[in-house]
Write a protein that binds this ligand. Structure first.
Ligand code: FFO
Ligand code: GTP
Ligand code: MG
Length: 461
């Protein structure tokens, strides 16, 4: 495939030691050669591939030196994009790289769109769609485990498994075709049914196995959505601050301090939490607070984990009881806070209501109980057993949705065979599952989806 030559700054905007302007495409060497002056009169187009060269960038309009650089030269197809790639390593700092980028664009390169380098790696066939999506996950990974999941997917593990399943389905379909051609043998129909069932059940089991990893996979990728709830003034914002080890949320002794939902990412012993501090839930006349309380109820519904905070130095109220009702059936840790103050709370009542939950007592003021809470969170979700190392996880909602649809199609094929539905109907279901699995790796996906996926990348990636 032939594309124009693109360029972008591939390092973050800001001061740093080095910043890179990357070029990819047919004209990459020619454009670089019009700007680069190395020692002697060597031309980048003539140097061996995968070598790096010291020299200067000269503004052709003025003849003045614009930058002192190192230039990497990589000839396609053995490059990230499979095209000719030049990377100009500039001094860090915004003026320097922007100046070099501008000169490169003046020479005919086009400014790359976000994700366009990776998109080319996909369009030129170096990686498939799920591998490209893993590149985004890798950049966004907030913990070691999330990074390992992304690395595995980038390495093509998920792709290989999906390809294997598609191959199984294809072979099954081919066998059915062959058998249909020999209807004169009596046992052919019987054989066809047997094989269809065996193969479909095998594929179904593999898809189910993958889907079973999706909950943990999603948590590793997006963080466990953890909502702190409790009556006003019990110490919810203090809890958020303790867990993130920073004063992120405003804490005062005025009930109703937090008005909006506050979101922070924190890594608790390898469990990535997306921590949400909410407005204390109570009936209120204050309009701003009321909106906040409504939002608290909203985020509650989407939570993976609830941290329900009670006040040790206050009576158990009807509002507390309502909270327990609101979180019924969810994963909950009950936190009894302010144990440094005199006890008023009836712990017997709490223990009764929270019989199926873990209860942790804290004094956030005295910095007590946080260790126990962190322990409770990590043991609740990983029971110490999760290791991203060797597992193939599905973590991407697009993949999960497609796997679920493929699963449904296979299930329909199976029940079709069992109920004696005509074989051509069963073939349609199997073909559909084959297509749905194909969308995961980007065989048979719509162009607008591809554009939308790559636009999530950062500039220069
Ligand atoms: N300077 C720099 N560092 C970088 C990147 C880059 O583009 N530039 N990468 C950008 O993300 C990552 C490295 N990823 C890469 C993946 C594949 C190839 C590549 O050339 N693959 C060839 C085989 C190369 C060979 O055999 O020597 C291929 O698969 O055909 C290059 C970089 C991280 N570090
Ligand atoms: N004595 C004592 N005071 C605490 C403790 N934890 C929090 N506080 C105090 O309780 C008050 C309320 O704390 P916040 O963290 O703002 O409570 P909140 O639940 O976020 O309150 P709202 O946002 O109004 O719903 C503040 O004055 C805190 O300093 C504790 O363990 N002991
Ligand atoms: Mg608060």
């Amino acid at each position: 495939m032939e594309f124009d030559t693109i360029a972008a700054i591939s390092t973050p905007m800001g001061e740093g030691a080095i910043a890179i302007v990357r070029l990819s495409g047919e004209e990459a060497f020619a454009i670089a050669d019009r700007l680069f002056k190395g020692l002697g009169s060597k031309k980048l187009k003539d140097v061996p591939s995968h070598t790096i060269h010291y020299g200067h960038i000269i503004d052709p309009a003025t003849g003045e030196t614009a930058e002192e650089v190192m230039v990497s030269v990589m000839r396609g197809p053995k490059t990230f994009t499979k095209e000719d790639v030049v990377e100009i390593n500039c001094h860090g700092g915004l003026v320097s790289v922007n100046r070099v980028l501008q000169l490169v664009l003046n020479q005919g390169a086009r400014l790359a769109e976000p994700g366009e380098f990776t998109k080319r790696a996909f369009l030129n066939g170096r990686i498939d769609l799920s591998q490209a999506e893993a590149v985004i996950d890798l950049i966004r990974a907030k913990t070691d485990r999330a990074m390992n999941v992304a690395l595995n997917q980038m390495d093509g593990r998920l792709s290989r498994l999906i390809r294997k399943l598609r191959q199984e389905i294809l072979e099954t379909l081919a066998h059915v075709e062959v058998n249909i051609d020999y209807p004169e043998y009596d046992d052919v129909e019987e054989m066809t049914h047997r094989m269809l069932l065996d193969k479909s059940r095998f594929v179904l089991k593999e898809i189910e196995k993958l889907l079973q990893t999706s909950q943990q996979g999603k948590i590793l990728r997006e963080g466990l959505s953890t909502v702190i709830v409790g009556r006003p003034n019990v110490g919810k914002s203090s809890l958020l601050n303790s867990l993130v080890h920073e004063n992120k949320a405003i804490v005062t002794d005025i009930p109703g301090t937090t008005r909006d939902v506050i979101e922070e990412y924190v890594n608790v012993r390898g469990v990535p939490l997306r921590l949400l501090d909410t407005a204390g839930i109570r009936e209120t006349e204050d309009i701003v607070e009321r909106i906040g309380v409504e939002r608290s109820r909203q985020v509650l519904k989407e939570a993976d984990l609830i941290l329900l905070v009670l006040n040790y130095s206050d009576d158990f109220t009807e509002e507390d009881r309502n909270l327990f009702r609101a979180v019924e059936g969810m994963d909950v840790i009950v936190i009894v806070n302010k144990t440094d103050l005199p006890q008023k709370l009836d712990m017997g009542e709490v223990k009764e209501l929270a019989s199926q939950y873990k209860i942790v007592t804290t004094s956030l003021k005295e910095d007590e109980g946080i260790d126990e809470l962190e322990e409770a969170i990590s043991s609740l979700f990983f029971s110490g057993s999760i290791e991203a190392g060797d597992m193939t996880y599905v973590s991407n909602s697009r993949h999960i949705a497609l796997l679920n649809q493929a699963k449904n199609a296979i299930e329909e094929a199976i029940s079709g065979v069992e109920m004696g539905t005509p074989i051509d109907i069963v073939q349609i279901d199997l073909t559909r599952s084959w297509e749905l699995l194909g969308e995961i790796i980007g065989d048979s996906v719509h162009e607008s989806l591809i554009d939308q996926l790559f636009s999530q990348f950062c500039l220069g990636k």
